[in-house]
Design a binder for this molecule. Sequence first.
Ligand SMILES: [Mn+2]
Length: 400
Amino acid sequence: MKFIHTGDLHLDSPFRGLLTMPPALWKKIHAATFAAFKKIVDDAITEQVDFVLIVGDVYDRERQSIAAKEFFTTQCQRLAANQIPVYLLYGNHDYQLVSAGEDLPTNVHVLGNQVSTLRLELANHERVAISGFSYDQRWIEEDVVARYPQRQDDANWHIGMLHGAVKEQRENHYAPFTTAELVAKKYDYWALGHIHKHQLLNEKPPIVYCGDPQGRHQNEDGQHGYYLVESQQGKLVPTFKPAGQVLWQKLTITAPKVVKLNELEEAIVAAVAKQVSPGDFALVALTINGVDHLPARLRHLLANGDVLAHLQKRLLINDGWWIFQIINKTMPNMPTMTDLDQRYWQEAAANVFTTNELLGLSSSLTGENFLATYLASLDPADMKRQVLQLLEQGEVPDDY
Ligand SMILES: [Mn+2]
């Protein structure tokens, strides 16, 4: 047996907060939730899976756009043409009353609002039982898991589908469960939806969140996809397969040792290009560490967003990535000077930070007694430390 476990398709997600991007790029990103599901359907057909499970949140909104609904129907028809049935339930985003007259292709079997078990027989005559339910409201706070039946003896495989979250101290709005409760049902596989980061909660049997096939914002970074599940020696073994079309990626580089703007931009482009895998299209949040090493002018252009805007203008979609954010960070600890710098610093400091030098520089102030007393009381070593700190922080006057 072989099947696909997916869910949280969130078709037609709005992708808010990416307004500065060129229209062609925006189009690609907006199409990404659709393209990710199409990729899953392509794979289902290529892999000739026995069925596809979709564990809720097919749509991003409870009122679906016509485009999303039409697209989903078309993709299910492609599966139908390849004799692949679909088992789906609705989650907290697309909750609805499930009625018999669903406007979906006949290969799509929707789990109702009460926990129920659907059955199918595979070409090799193995019998599969699939238990689950669809949300009829945004929150399901009662203990729904208790209503899932124990493993059915007449089935070769029993699979649970559940859109929900692990029980916590509070905020249990999404069909709360514990892994122990799920294990106790003695199913062969639990196909979970709702949490968008793909992960295994348990190995035997597999209790698996498939995650959303396409990350929808920068906190859904990294690879997204689905699980291809295959029977091997009486067990169901999930394998993660990427499907995301646009990858949110957090990258970090160290500020390069440069003095000119174009050098800085080249260095950023080269460093990012090296970190994005070929074949991926990445939306990059770039952290630049140690910006305090850059000349004040470049630091200023980074801080006010000029460098980002300039880079965004020249980057093209076919570069394979796009920077949507630059985060500037100073080094947390005092950086070490090179030995040469260190030697000149010490020599210069020995000449400059003396009481005489200090009083000489401030001679115009010493006419006032209280100032003279104060200046004479300053510890040159202390002053040296403070100056070093200011130099390292790279403080510059605003009007430079
Ligand atoms: Mn979801």
